[in-house]
Design a protein around this ligand. Sequence first.
Ligand SMILES: NC(=O)c1ccc[n+]([C@@H]2O[C@H](COP(=O)([O-])OP(=O)(O)OC[C@H]3O[C@@H](n4cnc5c(N)ncnc54)[C@H](OP(=O)(O)O)[C@@H]3O)[C@@H](O)[C@H]2O)c1
Length: 322
Amino acid sequence: MRAVVAAGTGGPEVLSVGEVDAPRAGAGEVVIEVVATAVNRADTLQRQGFYPPPPGATDTIGLECSGRIAELGDGVTGWSVGDEVCALLAGGGYAARVAVPVGQVMPVPGGVSLVEAACLPEVAATVWSNVFMTAHLQKGERFLVHGGAGGIGTMAIQLATARGAEVFTTAGSPEKLELCRSLGAAHAIDYHDEDFVEVLQDAGGADVILDNMGAKYLGRNVTALATAGRLVIIGMQGGAKGELDINALLRKRASVTATSLRARPVPEKAAICCGVVENVWPLVASGAIRPIVETTMPLEDVARAHQLMEDGSHSGKIVLTL
Ligand SMILES: NC(=O)c1ccc[n+]([C@@H]2O[C@H](COP(=O)([O-])OP(=O)(O)OC[C@H]3O[C@@H](n4cnc5c(N)ncnc54)[C@H](OP(=O)(O)O)[C@@H]3O)[C@@H](O)[C@H]2O)c1
């Protein structure tokens, strides 16, 4: 089948479309004929050799897709061949077909096209699991998400706003700040010349922070937390090793958590997907949350898509179609 192959590790130019063996559906799995997939920052790390697939996962890059069910494995119920779906993957989305545990298969939410649906599973599952299942963001609480104009950020702003939080976010250009406001952010902070700590402290502190920067923002995030605040770190764009002021955490009775979605056991991912379908998809269907797509390009342009993500000028998601 057609799939993205890598000529070793390195820059975007190592990626091209080639031929690999097609997967078959194992017990409890379905095979999806892929219509579209989307680029995630983790894909660029995998390409560079810094983020190998978990044991048992395919080497083919791609953490999400949309398409039609092509094959049902033993024991699979509730789906039929031909159903239009989207799915959270451990890998393999940049290909004509992918096998996925049935618990990670979701219906296409109402109101979005099959192509648009490809850019929802990873961001919806990441934001739902970290902000709501782990950090328990409540209506009326102050929520800070860094990188509000990115894939994760655009979903986090919309979902937190729809569930009644007061949303603060950071972004790096006037256009991106404006996008964040248009998605519901009450406070969009230019991280080049404003101090998010001051803004949050003036407002009473952040109850929940979703952080993509890691070490670079660790100390400032802890300072920006409110009493009983919850900091959830999902990225290391600003480094992996930082210093944690435990005294500040003690005084605030605050917590710091870090999670990775990809390596979680299949039953945990299935529970997250159930939560997404129950809580996020109705908001997509109602129009309260919309997919934010920077651009859609054919799979053959995968190297250009990775370059675009690494240049950092994009907002929302970059979609690849088959
Ligand atoms: N742990 C997990 O399970 C998990 C799952 C999914 C994603 N992630 C992580 O989540 C992060 C976002 O992923 P994504 O796919 O949404 O990538 P993305 O679309 O490329 O977004 C990255 C964002 O980082 C922002 N950024 C860069 N420098 C910043 C700074 N100094 N302060 C604040 N924001 C800054 C960028 O904002 P500007 O363009 O405005 O500069 C951009 O919006 C990545 O680190 C990714 O690895 C983790």
